[in-house]
Design a protein around this ligand. Structure first.
Ligand SMILES: [Zn+2]
Length: 89
């Protein structure tokens, strides 16, 4: 009797474990698929000047021409702006 009860509980535990795994795998597949790779919700962007990745919130943004670029520092922004400003006349 006790053995069958333990067996029954084990079945329930396995059932919930499998259910949790399937659910998390499914949500990971559907939810995280199109999202860009991020660390703790912090988005990383590439500095076009020195080619380092910076956290978007800490990045220095500058509008050059029609597009807004993000840089790791003001120095990089200046350098990039000098190199690309007036490119199109
Ligand atoms: Zn930089």
């Amino acid at each position: 009797m006790i053995r069958s009860l333990i067996f029954f509980i084990a079945i329930i535990l396995v059932y919930y474990a499998v259910k949790t795994v399937i659910r998390s795998a499914f949500s990971a597949y559907t939810g995280e698929r199109s999202r860009p790779r991020s660390l703790k919700g912090e988005e990383m962007i590439l500095d076009p000047e020195c080619r380092t990745y910076v956290i978007k919130e800490r990045a220095v943004t500058r509008r050059i021409g029609r597009t807004v670029h993000s840089f790791c520092s003001e120095a990089c922004a200046d350098r990039y702006e000098k190199a690309h400003h007036g490119e199109r006349g």
